[in-house]
Structures are given as structure tokens and as C-alpha cells.
Design a protein around this ligand. Structure first.
Ligand SMILES: [Zn+2]
Ligand SMILES: [Zn+2]
Length: 258
């Protein structure tokens, strides 16, 4: 199984997961046209995409969802509260598949384990994804205010973590945002800061962790170099040879083997 982050950040998120036979998308926060362009950029035939999974109803995760599932004729996997909160923007969807956080299910060769995280949305889902018969496990962990016990439990054995590293705390506090928005971002239902991401990795790091991809970086309140340097410091201290990558807003990452 391998993964490519097509886009990451407050202007739109989408993640491409490639199994041995089929491909799936997690979130469609870019326009349908942009997603198809990025698939083309990374050499993936759009007809190989067999489903779209949605984490939550914020527009940076869902705005292209309706058009992309209609264009590709694929099912939309979403939890009930997220669907209820957003069906007016999704438009008419032919194949809606409702899942529930805490209840794993299979789709084609994939095992999908959705779980809850605290965020200011109806019922945010994060996903652990693995493929039958292969050792790699991928965790997608973005849009959460803080790492709960459940999150730490889920992080015990993945080989690849896509981890929110949204803001540098000082940049956020001293930055241009209005106070209410600063409060929202740093709240328990907001976004993980660089130091929260580092603390979490320091706590859960294990020998089978191969890749960390820092994601959902704020363009105003963070710098890729700052986020990367802070995490690198932890990896060095822990003598880990884990690969460290950054996911960007404006272009896809390389393929990363889970
Ligand atoms: Zn988001
Ligand atoms: Zn969100």
C-alpha cells in the first residue's frame, strides 16, 4: 500500500491511497477539476479511484465531494452526523455508504477503521487503513484539538502516520488572526500545534514507525521549516530513523510506501 497527499491545508485536503488493486480518496476539499488534475500529475488514472471517504463536513475536506463522486460514479463513505450536517452542499449522491466511528469495515482490499477525534465538527472521523495480507498500516490524523487516549491507542502500531502539525503556537498568538479564531484553533476542538504533534510522537514512537508526514500546516501561522525542525529534534533524541515529510497545499507529495 502506498499513499500520496494530493493537497493539505486550510484551502483543501485530499489524500490518495493506493492498494494492490484499487485506489481510494480520503476527503475532497479541492474542486473536482483540481483533484482530477492532481491525479493526472501523479500518474493515476481517475477510473482507478473506487471510493471517496469523508472525515468531516468542513469545506476544506468536502467541497469537491459531490462533483467528484458524480463524475467518477463512485460511492461516498461518510458517517451519519457528517452526512446530515452537509447533505445540502453535497447535492444528489447516488451511492451513500454510512459508516460509524468505532466500527471497522472492509472495502475492496482495504480494512478501514474509523475513529472519533475532538474537533468542532458534527462527528469527526480519522482513519486507520490497512490492506489484507500486508503489514503496513496507515493512520490519517488531522483536524483534532488534542490527542485523546483513543488516539494514542490507535497510534501503537501504524507504520505511517499522516499527522496534523497545524501551527506554531507563538506565530498563532502573535499573528494576524482575530482573537476568536485564535481561540478556536488552539482549543480542545481545534487543531494540533507543532509542539502537540511532537509531544504525541515522543509518547508513541515505536520501532515499526517508518514514515511521518506532517500535514494541514497553516500558511499564516506556521512554516514548514519550523514544523520539520521541531519534529526532527524529537526523532534525533529518540534515535529514530523514521522518514519525515511535509504535505503541501499547492502540490502533491511523492508516493510514500506505507
Ligand atoms: Zn481541515
Ligand atoms: Zn476541520
Amino acid at each position: 500500500m502506498k499513499v500520496c497527499i494530493l493537497a493539505s491545508g486550510s484551502k483543501g485536503n485530499s489524500i490518495l491511497v493506493a492498494g494492490s488493486k484499487t485506489n481510494i480518496l480520503i476527503d475532497a476539499g479541492l474542486s473536482c477539476k483540481q483533484i482530477l488534475e492532481r491525479l493526472n500529475q501523479v500518474g493515476v488514472d481517475e477510473n482507478s479511484i473506487k471510493a471517496l471517504f469523508i472525515t468531516h463536513e468542513h469545506s476544506d475536506h468536502i467541497k469537491g465531494a459531490g462533483p467528484i463522486v458524480r463524475t467518477l460514479g463512485i460511492p461516498l463513505f461518510i458517517n451519519q452526523l457528517t452526512f446530515n450536517d452537509d447533505d445540502y452542499r453535497l447535492g444528489k449522491i447516488e451511492k451513500v455508504k454510512i459508516f460509524e466511528n468505532g466500527y471497522p469495515f472492509t472495502f475492496n482490499e482495504f480494512l478501514i477503521e474509523p475513529f472519533s477525534v475532538p474537533h468542532d465538527s458534527a462527528d469527526n472521523s480519522c482513519f486507520k487503513i490497512s490492506e489484507r495480507g500486508s503489514l503496513g498500516k496507515l493512520i490519517i490524523l488531522t483536524d483534532l484539538g488534542y490527542p485523546t487516549k483513543l488516539v494514542k491507542e490507535k497510534l501503537k502500531n501504524p507504520s505511517t502516520i499522516i499527522l496534523e502539525s497545524n501551527h506554531d503556537f507563538d506565530k498563532l498568538i502573535n499573528g494576524p488572526y482575530e482573537w476568536w479564531l485564535k481561540q478556536r484553533i488552539k482549543s480542545k476542538n481545534g487543531h494540533l500545534s507543532n509542539s502537540q504533534a511532537c509531544e504525541l510522537i515522543n509518547e508513541i514512537i515505536h520501532p515499526s514507525l517508518k514514515n511521518i508526514i506532517l500535514a494541514h500546516l497553516s500558511e499564516e501561522n506556521n512554516e514548514p521549516e519550523i514544523a520539520k525542525a521541531e519534529m526532527m529534534k524529537i526523532l534525533k533524541e529518540r534515535k529514530s530513523d523514521c522518514n519525515l515529510y511535509i504535505a503541501y497545499q499547492n502540490h502533491p507529495t511523492n508516493w510514500i510506501e506505507v
